[in-house]
Design a protein. Structure first.
Lengths: 219, 294
């Protein structure tokens, strides 16, 4: 195996082949299809390689997303993992690894916390970092205009590209029209669609990336 | 060409020196006022500022940047912790944050400036995959040349004559703004790319039709379009020979309206003709330059 192949990001038990460092993935699917769990599972696979993790929880509290993360088999390791939650409930968290921003509409605040955490991990020698954004739909719902959302997404995906990280950013196609999704998709390298069939099977499909399984895969 | 950086801080001159030594063209400002003045007179590629300035905050400076040159990357370079930064009135700005206490902070800052400038990391709109190649291709065209203008004028005049809309123009998308040529109906001043519809149209494989801007999430909150009385839009991409879209051939109206397949087909033909005119004239100019130089 070449050195390059060893450095790729892997996805454990999911039917997704490894991707090269610096890849940004849009994970699109409705909440009931288990989209969030798929994205979290893609992130938790990084634990096998001692990678870092930054979760942006715009939909939920930190506590709740960490519970979901544990639910897919992850373990929150404070030495190399952090969460940004976006609510105004005023949880005064003394935890350096759990940052609170007032609202999902505060993209400047989320961006600053994100950069600060990413820089912090980098300084501590954690070079491989996975990023999870839950979810773009919530950011769009709270934003008055689209421009700041594009600006925020460019900032996140730009960091991931330069730092050779991996991002999975969730969007709900039932909350956005296809035009908005396709213009948001432009910022990403590939798209993972998630669905549940009438028979109750969970399936995913990867588009836009080389060397991936074709069509819908049951998992 | 050296990257120009506006650096606002009343204390850390060592940072400005380090950036200059790294080959950047650094414009220093010791206050918010001074920085704002520099922005009014100089085009900068990146803005770096402390959070606390003697007469305001770095976020106030970024607010001015987003109003006047919105694509410009902004970096807060500060020892102030994120929890002490009040973003309440600045939610939509989006900026980078680098703690000034980071190990090798000056080297890291220079890297970050490089990354943000080359990756266009803070633009408020989707970018085509091949943006660098697209801009390089655009450089080769002289759209303002009189003969080219006359050719485009004929095409926009035809469109305005046969299709009932209030504006027709050829929009060319430069790095930060769109310029409008051969306008029928009204002359249009250049507009920041984040506010133009053609920014989205050049990403489409074919004609983009928006029957009502107020009913499209990409444009419903765009005040610039309301000020220009644009409620409906058709834009056909102007593809160069290598496929990159230089801009679009556009029709707009002040009322929501639908466009028939016939009209859309006709606009597609006019756009293809405009693109071919642009390209033939580019080749003609290149050939003439070669003869003159030879």
């Amino acid at each position: 195996m070449s050195q390059d192949a060893e450095q790729r990001y892997r996805f454990g038990g999911l039917p997704i082949e490894s991707v090269r460092p610096g890849t940004n993935l849009l994970v699109a699917g409705p909440p009931f299809a288990g989209t969030k769990a798929v994205a979290l599972q893609m992130l938790a696979a990084g634990e096998l390689a001692d990678e870092g993790l930054v979760l942006v929880a715009a939909d939920d509290t930190a506590e709740s997303i960490l519970k979901d993360y544990t639910g897919v088999g992850g373990t929150f390791d404070r030495g190399r993992m952090a969460v940004i939650e976006c609510n105004s409930s005023g949880n005064d968290n003394a935890d350096e690894n759990v940052r609170t921003v007032r609202s999902p509409s505060d993209l400047t605040g989320i961006g600053i916390e994100f950069s600060s955490l990413y820089e912090g991990l980098y300084t501590e020698g954690v070079e491989r970092v996975r990023i999870g954004l839950f979810s773009i739909s919530t950011l769009l719902m709270y934003a008055d205009e689209l421009q700041p959302v594009y600006r925020f997404l460019h900032t996140v995906t730009g960091r991931v590209r330069s730092a050779e990280g991996l991002a999975t950013c969730v969007i709900d196609p039932t909350a956005q029209d296809e035009q908005t999704i396709s213009s948001v998709e432009q910022t990403f390298d590939g798209r993972v669609d998630v669905r549940q069939t009438d028979d109750g099977d969970h399936q995913l499909r990867i588009q836009g990336l080389p060397d991936q399984p074709e069509g819908w895969q049951t998992f | 060409m050296a990257v120009t950086v506006l650096y606002a801080d009343d204390a850390r001159t060592a940072t400005a020196e380090a950036l200059s030594e790294a080959g950047l063209d650094v414009r220093e400002a010791a206050s918010l006022d001074e920085a704002t003045e520099t922005l009014a007179t100089t085009t900068v590629d990146c803005v770096v500022t402390a959070y606390d300035l003697p007469d305001g905050t770095g976020l106030e400076l970024f607010a001015t940047v987003r109003e006047t040159a919105p694509d410009t990357p902004c970096i807060l370079f500060t020892g102030v912790a994120t929890s002490e930064i009040d973003t309440t009135a600045f939610e939509g700005l989006v900026a980078e944050y680098l703690p000034s206490g980071t190990p090798n902070a000056h080297e890291r800052l220079r890297e970050l400036i490089d990354e943000l400038v080359t990756r266009r990391s803070q633009v408020g709109y989707p970018l085509p995959d091949d943006e660098d190649a697209r801009l390089a291709a655009l450089e080769r065209y002289d759209v303002e040349d009189a003969a080219t203008q006359a050719a485009l004028d004929r095409l926009t005049e035809l469109a305005a004559h046969y299709i009932d809309v209030d504006k027709v123009f050829v929009g060319v998308l430069g790095e930060h703004e769109e310029r409008f040529f051969s306008c029928q109906g009204a002359d249009l001043d250049p507009l920041e790319r984040e506010n133009t519809m053609c920014t989205h149209a050049i990403l489409e494989p074919d004609v983009m039709v928006v029957e009502d801007t107020h009913d499209d999430p990409r444009f419903e909150h765009n005040d610039a379009l309301d000020r220009l009385n644009i409620r409906s839009y058709v834009g056909a991409p102007l593809h160069g020979p290598d496929g990159a879209a230089l801009g679009s051939f556009c029709l707009t109206d002040d009322e929501p309206r639908a466009f028939t397949d016939d009209e859309i087909g006709c606009i597609r033909l006019l756009a293809d003709e405009a693109a071919e005119q642009l390209d033939l004239r580019r080749k003609l100019q290149a050939a003439q330059t070669e003869v003159e130089d030879g």
